[in-house]
Design a protein around this ligand. Structure first.
Ligand code: PLP
Length: 459
């Protein structure tokens, strides 16, 4: 029996990333409040938010300092924009702060409101820049299969997941996808991580040569692939990619929308994995998700080209209303201050061993083929046959089933097919991590019994 709220939801909302037909029957999970790493639904049931929302509420769900910062800034100046050379104090302060903590030398910051629009900005900047440099044919952008970069027309094209392309008439021409750097799934028998990385780098180089190096402008990658299944890169991968990109003068765009601000145990995943990034997209944890805000950080070389071209054209004709929003920027400044004051990176490093120990222990479970992670982000890959790494048929919905059993146990995690991700708020304690995995273990056991009952595994 659906609640009144659920019925109103069904009558009014189109939900992102939802089977809209099923949703009409089952209705929503309505979240009403949050405290620390917990959220509470409309029936009063508590959950550990094991995904920090959508990989974003780093400081949990009740940070009073962020709430007060928002309120104070709202009272003082709820909105102003930064078009036409206008500015505001929080926007400037945030850019200064970002430059200070950036993992590579950064000259300037360009604001947006979402990770998707940050990546659209990246694509447009690359095109604008190469026109400015008098090489209008150097426009192609290489992304990766299973990469996730957003849902707007350009960023969805960068995304390497079928559901973001099918029947949306995407990807755009000129956006290419190279192989996914997931050793467990795509390595050849006996291939070491290093050999796998070498093969993928060679494959990237072949693609560049096939297309013509003078037509390839940029490469984009997440340090840890998020929505593709929380996939950590194999040994040596980015070192080898850096070399190829430098060889053909190809810009490296790091998508740090998930990995930015501590998630991997360094302030940026670029540092953890040694990406030679020219530009960086960030969002989500920049405000601990208390306000929609994104930032593109660019180096001096890119910035100077934008300056020259805007002088020629008369303007840099790009940007949106909420760029440099004073409330968002004030919250971001406070968020970064809290990260530094409360030593959030050190905290992630200190609890990561517990997170990773419990995550890797899940690999002993009959349903888990691989458990992988870094810092406070990770995933398990559910398989039908551990020995052959054989997957369940997608339609069986084993991953989603384990997520619904986790909900019963009071835990929110996310299934991307049969990959189930964990990415709790970064303030989580060791005791809360133990509880999170206890709950997921119970959910996995229920999933195993269910799978046996359905005849999906040998009894
Ligand atoms: N890039 C990455 C790595 C992401 O994980 C996401 C969202 O999850 C995006 C870009 C898109 O961000 P948004 O959903 O804010 O548009």
């Amino acid at each position: 029996m659906l609640s009144n709220l659920a019925v109103r939801d069904i009558e009014t909302l189109v939900h992102p990333y939802t089977n809209l037909a099923t949703h009409r029957q089952v209705g929503p999970l309505v979240i009403e409040s949050g405290k620390g790493v917990f959220v509470t639904d409309s029936s009063g049931k508590d959950y550990i938010e094991g995904m920090a929302g959508l990989w974003c509420t780093a400081l949990g769900f009740s940070n009073q300092e962020l709430i007060e910062t928002a309120y104070e800034q709202m009272k003082k100046l709820p909105f102003t924009h930064i078009f036409g050379g206008r500015s505001n104090d929080p926007a400037i302060e945030l850019a200064e702060k970002l430059k200070e903590i950036a993992p590579v030398p950064i000259s300037k910051v360009f604001y947006g409101a979402s990770g998707s629009d940050a990546n659209d900005t990246q694509v447009k900047m690359v095109w604008y820049m190469n026109n400015a440099l008098g090489r209008p044919q150097k426009k192609k952008i290489i992304s990766r299969l299973k990469g996730y970069h957003g849902v707007t027309v350009a960023s969805a094209s960068l995304t390497g997941l079928p559901n973001n392309h099918i029947d949306f008439d995407l990807p755009l021409p000129g956006i290419l996808h190279t192989s996914c750097a997931h050793h467990y799934r795509f390595s050849e028998p006996g291939e070491t991580e290093l050999d796998f990385s070498s093969r993928l780098a060679a494959e990237l180089e072949e693609m560049i040569l096939r297309e013509g190096p003078d037509t390839v402008a940029a490469f984009i990658a997440e340090p840890v692939m998020g929505a593709g299944g929380a996939i950590t890169p194999p040994d040596g991968y980015f070192e080898k990619i850096n070399v190829i990109l430098a060889k053909y003068d190809i810009l490296f765009i790091a998508d740090e929308v998930i990995t930015g601000f501590g998630r991997t145990g360094e302030m940026f995943g670029t540092t953890t994995y040694g990406l030679n990034a020219d530009t960086i997209s960030c969002a989500k944890q920049i405000t601990s998700a208390y306000f929609p805000l994104s930032a593109v950080m660019m180096n001096e070389r890119v910035y100077e080209v934008l300056v020259d071209q805007s002088r020629k054209i008369g303007t840099f004709g790009h940007g949106n209303t909420y760029a440099g929003h004073p409330v968002g920027c004030a919250i971001a400044v406070k968020t970064l201050e809290i990260y530094q004051r409360d030593k959030i990176v050190e905290h992630v490093r200190s609890v990561a061993p517990t997170f990773l120990r419990r995550l890797h222990k899940l690999a002993e479970h009959p349903l888990v083929g691989e458990a992988r992670g870094v810092g406070l982000i990770g995933a398990v890959e559910l398989v039908q046959d551990k020995l052959t790494r054989g997957s369940f048929e997608g339609k069986k919905g084993v991953g989603p089933k384990s997520v619904s059993f986790a909900l019963e146990e009071g835990l929110i995690v996310r299934a991307m097919g049969d990959r189930v991700a964990f990415c709790p708020p970064m303030i989580i304690t060791e005791a809360e991590l133990e509880e999170m995995f206890d709950r997921y273990e119970r959910a996995l056991n229920k999933t195993l019994n269910w799978a046996k009952g359905e005849g999906l595994l040998a009894a």
